[in-house]
Design a protein around this ligand. Sequence first.
Ligand SMILES: Cc1ncc(COP(=O)(O)O)c(C=O)c1O
Length: 395
Amino acid sequence: MSYDFDRLTDRRASNSIKWGFYPGDVLPLWVADMDFPAPAPVIEALRAAVEHGVFGYELPSPKMYEVVAQRMTRLYDWQVAPEQVVAVPGLVTGFNVAARIAAAPGDGILMQTPVYFPFLSVHENVGLVRQTAPLKPVSHGRTLRYEVDWDLFESAVHAGGARTRMFLLCNPHNPTGIAYSRADLTRMAEICDREDILICSDEIHSELLLGETQHIPIASLSPKIAARTITLVAPSKTFNVAGLFCGFAVIQDADLRERFVKEVKRLTLHVNSLGLISAQAALTGECDDWLAALNRYLTANRDFVADYVRDNLPGIRTTVPDATYLAWLDCNELIGSGKIEGSPHEFFLNEAKVALNDGATFGPGGDGFVRLNFGCPRETLVEALERMKAALATV
Ligand SMILES: Cc1ncc(COP(=O)(O)O)c(C=O)c1O
């Protein structure tokens, strides 16, 4: 079947943060949602629920847990049982709950920066010490690829005298776009096992796989690693239903799961019924053909961005992400040469009328970068890049 990802959908009339935050002359390529409608089976399931018309309290259906468990087994050959799946209102909620059960005030939480900004405030929410293991950018001509710096990783463990209790992994990684290799995941897992650290793995981008990329859940490495891991998955990024707030924690160790569920109850967290309905429709497999087409479209957009930046935006280097719809643009050369003064985010917002995410908000290693969301029709992407090129031509 063919799907029309080129079609423009007007989102300005909705309550979209991405499209509503900046004035109407700004083209927004920032917040991580896509400008495409969700796949038809998701919309049909939501329509049926709306037409039923009664929106009383609901529980996730037993089928919902089966659908998530079966998807893990089908995609990754990772044996997950339905009772090992816990519904959560979102993944940011999920990793905050995980930190609350993993660590006590004064303990350490480890993460790899630059990183999705809500990671950076978990320590404040829970009273922990943030321990950062910066990823290492490596240049390949005009493109960038991030790697794990193992010395920095090892030295961040228990840094500052705080015992590291949780490693908050982002795989695939936002904003650098890395889908970690089996070798990297194994090494991280071995360190966590050696130091008795719980792993919370945010895998929200795991199905937005570009080109030939494969995703490996860290918990699928071995039952031993699974026993110390909370894996967070969701339909939200993949099927563009982020505003419906529904995600899942896969927790195979019974004791860990019990503690997680208890904290979810203590915080009185509930998952939105329409979110669960969308998740069930999205994850059954009915939308997989749409997803394969989406990933082909996003791969072509990724390659278009990389070529365009190389050929038309001198002084900028981009990542070529393995996964996600996020390109991470290094503008430090332009800052160093004085062509851009201050933040590139402000420069492109004011001079190009293009809204990108400010790299500085992604923590250490983010200064001088912007994040560009290419989850949009090609026409929008071209317009944004041309505006950026025109703005750079004036400096
Ligand atoms: C790595 C990562 N985790 C979590 C989220 C958001 O998750 P949720 O909306 O389910 O809280 C995002 C959104 O961009 C993300 O990139």
